[in-house]
Every structure is written in C-alpha cells, then in structure tokens.
Design a protein around this ligand. Structure first.
Ligand code: DON
Length: 322
C-alpha cells in the first residue's frame, strides 16, 4: 500500500472523495427500520436491530469503516462462499462439481430437493454447502479439519479477527432437524463422498463453519481477497486459487442472495453473499470488497440495510457489471 501510494498508483486515487460518498450511502441507510432479526436460535435474536456496520477494503489494501464495524458476529451462510473456494482450491473445480451443480435452485435455501443429476443444485444452498464441507480434508480428524479452516479463514482475512462462537454452534446443532432431513435425503441419493461415514460429524463441521466469527472489518478483507483474484490484499498471500475465485464469484452472482439472487443480479449486477446473521459481502472484481452488516432481514433472508445500500451504491456509481 505504501509503495503504491508513493507511486501514485492506487486503484482508488481520490480516496477521501470516494469514502465520503460511501459514507453518505451508509448514513442514508441508517434510519431504515424494516425487517426482522433472525430468531430461530436465541443467540441470533439477541442482536440489536439498530446495529449497522460498513467496511471496505480495496485490492491495494486501502481501508475504511463506518458504524458498528468492530463487533463480532457469525458468518453463517457467507461461509458457504469461502468453503467452496477453499474446497475447489484444494481439490479442483471438476472434483467439487462432481458432487454439486452450478444452477440456481429456484427453491428455498434449505429445501429438500436435488437437481436432475441427483446432486445439490449449487454450493450456496444448504444441501450443496453440506456436501462441499464434507469434501474438505475428509480423511482428517475433526479437530484438524476445524483448525485447518480457521487457519485458512484467517489467511483470507489477512490476520484480522476470526473467532468461533460455540454457543451458536451448539444451538445450530440442537435445532438441526431440517439439515438432518436434508442430509439423510442426500445419503439415500448417494450424494456424499465415500469418506463421509458419519452424518452427525458432517453436519457438525458444516455448523462449525457457519459459527466462525468475524467483524465487518474482517469480512471486508475477505471480500477483497475475492476481488483480488484470491490474493489477500493485506498480506499479498495467495489464499484461493484463481479459477475457484472466478467460479465462486459466478456462483455468488447467480445464487448468493437466496431467492432474491435473480433480482439482485438484475438491479445490482455484482457478486454477493448474504447470511442469516445480517452479513452481506459484495465484491467488485479488481476494485474493492465491501462488508455490510445489519441484523434485520427481509422476507428473503437478506439484510434490509445491506440490500438498500447495494441499490444506492449502484445509483451513485457505475459499478453494475452490465
Ligand atoms: O443451516 C442453517 O440453517 C443456518 N445455519 C444457515 C445459515 C444461513 O445464513 C442461511 N443460509 N443459506
């Protein structure tokens, strides 16, 4: 960052101006009072609906944040994007897509359904994410698999805070009837790799990845790693191979926003992934990673302030891909 600054070669040269415009959008979205905080587990329902944080990180490592950007929360479904990227970096895209498709399901994220090849539709719905996590280091023991993913998340986050919320993990596991039903259905249809012998363990790993904790600042760096082709802009370390990085952005574009993905791709035209904790990451390839966090969710399960911010961003800048 310092050498690029000295060479006057930054991807956003007029940083203060850019930040002022982002701040205006942040302020404009603050009074929004729509939506409802997720309450399927008590740990999520306890979040104050007024929390609102925005962080940005460019591919040169220029950073800024507004509001509640230092409060930890769980990544939830945003983990699905990183788990897929890491699985495909490790095993190759072909191997991963032997087990999971690339098509929007057109169904709820936790629907019990498979595609015409008897695979989960894509890695961004629960079924696909459970299968993807079951592919990751699946000959290792549970402790080593967890440590591996924590280490990889921290690399992608350039050393920013990544934690683990055990209470969320335990609550997810205690209220997992749908995910168990999904998994038994997939077992019946031979969706799992043969290494997966124990469904409870497979689901534990999936819940552990949902229960990883980040802040908005962390998530912005993680999004920036995706914007930067898989190389973390803070450490300049390659964390995700370039092909899986391209692939995950394609999947985020078509499937990252639940049943709002088509409309989001139409109106905003940027790859994004949301989670039930109210996190929404948006990637502007070769420019910037954006993390938006506000717990109240709309009917589709996306953060109300997060989606409003994205629409306003597109009204203000010509970032829409098309
Ligand atoms: O698997 C679940 O039910 C949740 N932990 C998923 C989290 C989420 O954000 C919804 N996802 N697609």
């Amino acid at each position: 960052l310092i050498s690029r600054t000295l060479q006057n070669d930054l991807v956003v040269p007029s940083w203060t101006q850019f930040c002022n415009r982002i701040k205006d959008i942040y302020v404009k979205c603050k009074p929004i009072s729509d939506g409802k905080v997720a309450d399927y587990i008590p740990q999520l329902s306890r979040f104050d609906p007024n929390l609102w944080g925005v962080s940005i990180c460019t591919i040169d490592g220029q950073r800024a944040s507004w509001g509640d950007s230092k409060i930890p929360f769980c990544v939830q479904s945003v983990s699905k994007a990183f788990n897929y990227s890491l699985a495909a970096s490790d095993l190759g895209a072909d191997m991963v897509h032997h087990f999971v498709g690339q098509e929007p399901s057109g169904r709820l994220f936790n629907d019990i359904c498979l595609d015409t090849n008897n695979k989960p539709h894509n890695p961004m719905v629960n079924s696909g994410a459970i299968i993807v996590s079951s592919l990751i280091k699946n000959t290792w023991n549970m402790a080593d698999r967890f440590d591996h993913m924590l280490t990889e998340y921290r690399k992608i986050a350039g050393g920013e805070f990544v934690g683990f919320n055990n209470a969320v993990f335990l609550s997810e596991r205690a209220t997992a009837d749908r995910n168990f039903a999904l998994s038994y259905y997939m077992k019946e249809n031979k969706c799992f790799p043969e290494e997966t012998k124990n469904l409870s363990e497979a689901l534990d790993f999936y819940f552990q990845l949902c229960s990883m904790e980040v802040t908005c600042e962390t998530a912005a760096v993680m999004a920036a790693t995706l914007a930067n082709g898989g190389v973390c802009p803070i450490t300049e370390e390659r964390c995700i191979a370039s092909r899986p990085c391209r692939d995950v952005l394609s999947l985020m574009n078509s499937c990252g926003m639940y049943d709002y993905s088509g409309q989001f791709a139409f109106h905003v035209g940027l790859p994004a992934k949301s989670g039930v904790s109210g996190l929404l990451i948006v990637v502007i390839p070769n420019l910037v990673g954006i993390a938006l966090w506000s717990p109240p969710l709309d009917k589709m399960g996306n953060s109300c302030r997060g989606v409003a911010f994205c629409k306003e961003l597109i009204n203000n800048f010509n970032f829409h891909t098309y």
